[in-house]
Design a protein around this ligand. Structure first.
Ligand SMILES: [Zn+2]
Length: 148
């Protein structure tokens, strides 16, 4: 018996089909779990956790690579690697929680890297704005707090 493993989930069935077609073209068998239920009753999607695109367990790795190369899967670790996002601070802002993945595995980075320093110097921008930012060790996100 084949063990099926969920590789991606979608809110609506029509979002799943291009991805399914891509895997089909690589001869990877696919199965859309809960597709019929959600097609008939769209509002069940959230309750059921969406349409699940599943592949056989032994094909999972191959499918993962294909979906990653075509941009359907974005590795959490690679996301926002070198971008420092601006996060607006309000009274609910918790500085110890990652705004992207809610992880508490974050740290404050006091000084920007030498490279950023040089770039900013060359661009003639005001330096202190990049003095301090936060980073998350779980998703690789970087952000700085902007006061309203
Ligand atoms: Zn994070």
């Amino acid at each position: 018996m084949t063990n099926w493993k969920t590789i991606l989930t979608f809110t609506y069935p029509h979002e799943a089909h291009p991805v399914k077609a891509l895997l089909d073209s690589h001869h990877i068998p696919t199965f859309l779990k809960d597709e019929m239920t959600i097609q008939a009753h769209n509002f069940y999607s959230y309750a059921l956790g969406g349409v699940k695109l599943q592949v056989p367990e032994d094909k999972f790795e191959k499918a993962y690579i294909i979906l990653k190369e075509s941009g359907f899967i974005v590795d959490k670790k690679e996301r926002k690697k070198d971008i420092i996002e601006e996060v607006k601070q309000d009274k609910n802002t918790n500085l110890n929680i990652c705004p992207f993945c809610k992880s508490e595995n974050v740290s404050k980075v006091k000084h920007s890297s030498q490279l950023i320093y040089v770039i900013y110097l060359l661009l003639g921008l005001f330096l202190p704005i990049f003095r301090k930012y936060y980073r998350c060790y779980d998703c690789g996100g970087k952000w700085k707090i902007v006061k309203k």
